[in-house]
Design a protein around this ligand. Structure first.
Ligand code: ITT
Length: 190
């Protein structure tokens, strides 16, 4: 089974490729940077992006493809940056988040991932959440985005201290992707 992952983020693609291998699914990278609408809901953002991509890329209409939208939700910041994660990363960055939380004792946060999978004119959603902690200083140099400040509850390491394979044991993205791959393989075997 061949499916395309529409993303401009190579790290995301590499994570997906590694997981897909376990399911005998081949994921190809469709490297495209697309505009995301501003919305409070990741599923609505992902689905709107999917429809826009279909409208603007005729060559994808008869293809099976997915995109994925993720966000970091910090409890003490009332869920900020959440759906605005890209903007916040590019503006105040990890240092800015740490600064905002300098005196904060409640360090709980979660990452959420929502997949929009297109096949035969229909869109299907899958999601995954990973609970964790915002640590006090940047740790690790692997991965991308907020990886150096986020430590999943089940680990003593941040995502940025983990190899891709280890991040794929804990991440929000591996959960949403596994949901999708499980459903694709179940469907294909029926
Ligand atoms: P595409 O939209 O092209 O897929 P992106 O990097 O913009 O790639 P998102 O919109 O899903 O991906 O991500 C929103 C922000 O959250 C972005 O700044 C990411 O760097 C960050 N982010 C998403 N997943 C992450 C992860 O697993 N670890 C750390 N940061 C992450």
């Amino acid at each position: 089974m061949d499916i395309f992952f529409v993303t401009h983020n190579e790290f995301k693609y590499m994570e997906a490729k590694q997981i897909a291998q376990e399911y005998d699914i081949s994921v190809e990278w469709f490297n495209l940077e697309y505009q995301e609408i501003q919305e409070n809901n990741l599923t609505a953002i992902a689905n709107t992006s999917c429809l826009q991509i279909l409208r603007d890329n005729e060559n994808l209409v008869d293809k099976n493809f997915f995109l994925e939208d993720a966000g970091l939700f910090v409890e003490s910041l009332n869920g900020f940056p959440g759906p605005y994660s890209s903007y916040v990363l590019h503006t105040i960055g990890n240092d800015g988040i740490l600064q905002l939380m300098k005196k904060e004792e409640n360090r709980y946060a979660y990452f959420k991932s929502v997949v929009a999978y297109h096949s035969g004119g229909k869109i299907h959603n899958f999601q995954g959440i990973t609970d964790g902690t915002i640590i006090h200083e940047i740790k690790g140099d692997k991965g991308f985005g907020f990886d150096p400040i986020f430590r999943p509850l089940e680990s003593e390491f941040t995502f940025a201290e983990m190899t891709l394979k280890t991040k794929n044991l804990y991440s929000h993205r591996q959960k949403s992707l596994r949901e999708m791959f499980n459903s694709l393989t179940t469907f294909a075997n029926k």
